[in-house]
Write a protein that binds this ligand. Sequence first.
Ligand code: NAP
Ligand code: MG
Length: 403
Amino acid sequence: MSKIIMKTPIVEMDGDEMTRVLWQWIKDILINPFVDLKTEYYDLGLPERDKTDDQVTVDSANATLKYGVAVKCATITPNNQRVEEYNLKKMYKRPNGTIRAMLDGTVFRAPILVDGITPYIPTWKKPIVIARHAYGDIYKAVDGKAGIGKAELVFTDKDGNKQTQVIHDFKGDGVVCAMHNTDKSIESFARACFNYALDQKLPLWFSTEDTISKVYDGNFKRIFAEVYEKDYKKAFEDAGIEYMYTLIDDVVARIVRSEGGIVWACKNYDGDVMSDMVATAYGSLAMMTSVLVSPQGIYEYEAAHGTVTRHYYKYIKGEQTSTNPVATIFAWSGALRKRGELDGLKDLVDFANNLEKATVETIESGFMTGDLVSIFKKEGVTPVKLNSKEFLSKIAENLQKAM
Ligand code: NAP
Ligand code: MG
């Protein structure tokens, strides 16, 4: 069998710990035997980030801007303990933060549904995709301690005029926080959401808390409404899908009662929290994919989970682990499919679809990693726990049959 040809390279961002180990196995067992893989490789593993003073992260984001499609392995976000463990020169920023800021993207997280793994909310039959605004708010806030005295918010315009608002007159100790967002980023967020919903033919729900936060959240509501009216209303009507704006508490209630099949656009913090809730309710964080989409149509695919440190420490002691590679496989299939679509390579698109199908069918036929065994329930199928490599080989067998 001749290998499937690629035209443009995918930007490959390698990562850390257990997911770095899985990364290589996925390529060896599931991709390289079938595809003449073309990538531009960037090592975002922590040692290389330290060696290059994090320049490698910036370079990988620039390469993504150039080529349009990237796939990223999970990476360590350094904290004090990691600085010590890896003897780092400094505490580098989260790579995802750097990349998201450079791509000005929105993150869409979608669960991978498998027959046999029932969501904790049994009415959920279809995926709920969370679109998380990836810029600003508390993630780019300044905060600090306050004592007795007055905290003020001062805006100085370009001519030096000052606008001052009192935040609070403190009679004792307390804390303050000031955050921001930009109209440009909110508009990009809105466009990414409208484009994604149209692409997937799914309704879009957007929620904020604008009755409380009249100016701040009100600005999000207004920009979404304006962009929708001007550029997307007709396309949504033609596609037969709705755009709905409502309050965050209302949307939470509606989501729980829904059957899924919705894109839920969330502000940065709401998306952070709600995506973990939704992922858990669908069964496992290891079954959640994530894609960063920029308003220019640049895509970066990854798994939604971290580097699975606990499993890695076992692995380096020589133990076999049953770490779930599914979300990382779907990151690769997502990137390969998108590359195939952009380059007009039908074989590559078919391969990506077959890879996903083989992965899902492997689990549905009873072969899976340990995290899924306890939640898998399907009549006539007894789940078998495999280690990561055995599971990947089983998928490869099924993939071979489909090709
Ligand atoms: P994590 O790597 O997602 O793992 C937390 C726990 O969830 C694991 O110990 C494991 O539970 C379970 N789990 C997650 N993924 C799994 C998988 N694929 N297969 C089986 N079980 C899985 O989160 P963390 O331990 O909080 O973070 C570890 C490192 O990842 C940190 O350095 C953090 O900075 C980084 N991180 C990176 C990203 C990213 O790059 N996007 C995102 C989040 C975290 P059991 O131990 O019970 O088996
Ligand atoms: Mg989170």
